[in-house]
Design a protein around this ligand. Structure first.
Ligand code: HEM
Length: 283
């Protein structure tokens, strides 16, 4: 028996949830009233991301083992977690531009751009690195192309790049996009977009795979919803034209709102084969 659970030392809520430790982690840099909310909202998002990643990894394991029902169940949970996290943006919408301006400069050049967990989510869902042909041909994550060197970018790369590449290599055949496609191809005997077209035309024959495709689309929408809500908060708290706290913008993206809109446009599709089957010409 765990000593924490003994009759002489019964387990407490505060020890189990580690509330004392948790409450030590909010450390505002200024006296600005709204900074506490800003920190807690970000920390809460990171906790939801942590749980989403945990469940996503389990979902990937299940799909890899062809346990589709369990995979669907866990992916539904991931979508629910992401949607729940979005409510975290609401209190930020009550912060005025002046309220944010009171502590914003103290954060520079830290930025949500540096959230590695958000990138891990994308990797597990199945984003691809893109090949660029500069002086030498190399594979890069889209975020490496989105910005230019600055502390925001170089600090992020120094701390997380290696781990993210390792996560990516590890998830190459084991991500939601690849596994959804592999399972659909195996069941339909067709490849790529054709596998999804066949599935969609014969949906009654493949109820589990249809549920999988539907939850895949739901997850794609949840990620897009994150970006849309985030963009709205940014416009409300920084304005349409101001730079954010990041120092990594390319000249073509002078304001943070413009930068974020560009990412929204480029990153809204996570499962391109499925989207093409849904929107392209049916056979
Ligand atoms: C007042 C609230 C917020 C403002 C003004 C803001 C601002 C920004 C800006 C300007 C960027 C673009 C990075 C850059 O400029 O280089 C960014 C990116 C990002 N922020 Fe925020 N942010 C806010 C709240 C949040 C919250 C609560 C989260 C939750 C984790 C978050 C997570 C992210 C993520 C993941 C990115 C990368 C987005 C992408 O690649 O699409 N931000 N944020």
């Amino acid at each position: 028996m765990d000593t924490n659970d003994s009759p002489t030392n019964p387990l407490t809520y505060w020890d189990y949830i580690a509330t004392d430790q948790l409450f030590q982690l909010q450390k505002p840099l200024t006296d600005a009233h709204d900074e506490m909310q800003f920190i807690i909202v970000h920390q809460t998002f990171e906790l939801w991301f942590k749980l989403a990643i945990y469940e996503l990894r389990a979902a990937v394991d299940a799909l890899d083992a062809e346990e589709i029902q369990r995979g669907v169940h866990l992916l539904k949970r991931v979508a629910s977690i992401l949607r729940t996290s979005l409510h975290g943006f609401e209190p930020l919408m009550t912060m005025s531009q002046q309220g944010y301006a009171e502590f914003r400069d103290a954060l520079h050049p830290a930025s949500g751009f540096q959230s590695s967990q958000f990138r891990v989510l994308e990797i597990l869902l199945g984003i691809e690195r893109v090949t660029t042909e500069g002086e030498r041909v190399e594979e890069r994550f889209y975020w490496e192309n989105a910005v230019q060197a600055g502390h925001t970018f170089t600090n992020f790369m120094a701390k997380y790049h290696e781990d993210l590449v390792a996560s990516y290599d590890n998830a190459k055949q084991r991500n939601v996009r690849a596994l959804m496609l592999r399972l659909t191809e195996k069941a339909t005997g067709r490849t790529g977009v054709e596998a999804y077209r066949y599935l969609l035309s014969n949906r009654d024959d493949y109820p589990l795979l249809m549920s999988l495709a539907e939850i895949g689309r739901d997850l794609q929408q949840a990620m897009l919803d994150f970006r849309l809500h985030h963009h709205k908060v940014t416009v409300f708290t920084v304005g349409e034209h101001a730079a954010g706290t990041s120092d990594a913008h390319k000249p073509g993206h002078p304001s943070c709102a413009a930068y974020l809109l560009g990412v929204i446009k480029d990153r809204s599709t996570i499962f391109p084969e499925l989207e093409e089957a849904l929107t392209g010409p049916a056979h």
